[in-house]
Design a binder for this molecule. Structure first.
Ligand SMILES: Nc1ncnc2c1ncn2[C@@H]1O[C@H](COP(=O)(O)OP(=O)(O)OP(=O)(O)O)[C@@H](O)[C@H]1O
Length: 359
């Protein structure tokens, strides 16, 4: 499935702003972004329940919609699964799953049984939706959408109505069924964890535009800007001023060659990429090429979070705060002096807000 330069305007406001995207068979692409950024609208346009103001949509190499020509939703070979999955209450599970199927009775029955068996619901084949739990209804909705073997599956926050533990299980199950069926999947979510868990490819959306697209690993490890970095985890921001192509910080100098003298830069580091060392009578560890210079800081607060500890430090250098996570129980007393080192290969350097043009 490919969409090219999709634009959708509501009442003078451009909600989807020149979005292009490709989703390949057998791949899950997550459209990830904060509430209101235009994800659902993009999905609705692809499904054909809404129409773009400009741009083209292709499925399997064929144009299904531009601003003149339009294939109706039911002929786009698209399966839909939305948060309010709305099974037909007056139809049995078997009838729900068979709803969009064509072919002989026996063929339909075979497909229905095969899918229900795949999601462990064959025993509920003659039940009605109200007799099923939320998770079971969700699985019926999934196989109902997949039954006619759509080329594209469009899923809008399909797991958000489920409680946490059930959600993880259903996500994993759904993912393996989707992979077996081989459809191209576009899944909308506002949860970074869900995207990291499900996606082969993430398209990060913001203010109607795709801010960045790539494999989860790349998006996480090479964010395009500060907001993209901050979307996936807490971040620390170390601000500095460029002088002679270098920026001086508590952790030593950083090369910032793309930035003009006098402009401000933000050096971003995630809390798990800061190392902690002990104070040795006022001295810290020696500098290394990997971490640069260590900087002294004082513990302000320490909390155990379950799988890790979060320690907040106040830097001697300039009084700013840094957050550090440690994958263990580590609860130093407030006021304890320690030394911090940052993994330089995990730092991202961006122009500070207001200094973007200078870069
Ligand atoms: N039919 C419509 N008429 C007018 N405005 C609309 C319409 N549909 C959506 N919008 C507006 O477009 C913006 C984007 O909505 P959309 O549902 O695409 O966002 P989203 O990223 O999916 O958010 P969420 O995760 O909250 O669903 C919102 O501000 C919404 O109010």
């Amino acid at each position: 499935m490919e969409i090219q330069n999709i634009i959708r305007v509501f009442g003078g406001r451009t909600v989807v702003d020149d979005v292009s995207l490709k989703v390949m068979p057998g791949q899950v692409t997550c459209l990830l972004g904060p509430s209101g950024c235009g994800k659902s609208t993009t999905l609705r346009v692809i499904a054909g329940v809404d129409m773009q103001d400009s741009g083209n949509i292709f499925i399997d190499g064929n144009l299904v919609c531009d601003t003149v020509f339009r294939v109706p939703p039911e002929r786009r070979s698209v399966g839909l699964m939305f948060q309010d999955f709305a099974l037909f209450p007056h139809l049995s599970v078997a009838e729900n799953v068979a709803f969009g199927l064509s072919g002989s009775r026996a063929e339909k029955r075979r497909r229905v049984e095969q899918l229900l068996e795949r999601v462990d619901l064959l025993g509920h084949i003659d039940d009605y939706p109200h007799q099923l739990s939320g998770g079971e209804q969700q699985r019926v909705a999934l196989v109902r959408a997949l039954a006619p073997r759509p080329k594209i599956m469009l899923m809008d926050e399909p797991f958000s109505g489920l409680d946490n533990r059930l959600r993880d299980e259903i996500r994993d199950d759904t993912l393996s069924v989707l992979k077996e069926e081989g459809a191209a999947v576009l899944l909308v979510t506002h949860e970074p964890d869900e995207a990291m868990r499900m996606a082969d490819e993430i398209a990060l959306m913001r203010h109607g535009k795709i801010a960045q697209q790539g494999a989860p690993y790349n998006i996480y490890n090479a964010p395009v800007d500060r907001a993209a970095a901050a979307f996936f985890s807490d971040i620390n921001v170390i601000r500095g001023k460029v002088k002679n192509l270098l920026t001086e910080t508590a952790f030593g100098q950083f090369l910032t060659p793309a930035m003009p003298d006098g402009s401000e830069v933000d050096i971003i580091i995630r809390p798990q990429h800061i190392r902690i060392d002990f104070d040795r009578n006022g001295r810290g560890p020696n500098p290394t090429p990997e971490t640069g210079v260590a900087a002294r800081a004082v513990v302000e607060r320490a909390r155990f979070m379950g799988s890790e500890s979060l320690v907040e430090f106040r830097m001697d250098y300039d009084g700013t705060m840094l957050k550090v996570t440690v994958p263990a129980v580590f609860l130093p007393r407030p006021g304890t002096a320690m030394w911090l080192m940052i993994r330089r290969d995990r730092c991202f350097v961006f122009p500070a807000p207001g200094h973007e043009r200078a870069a």
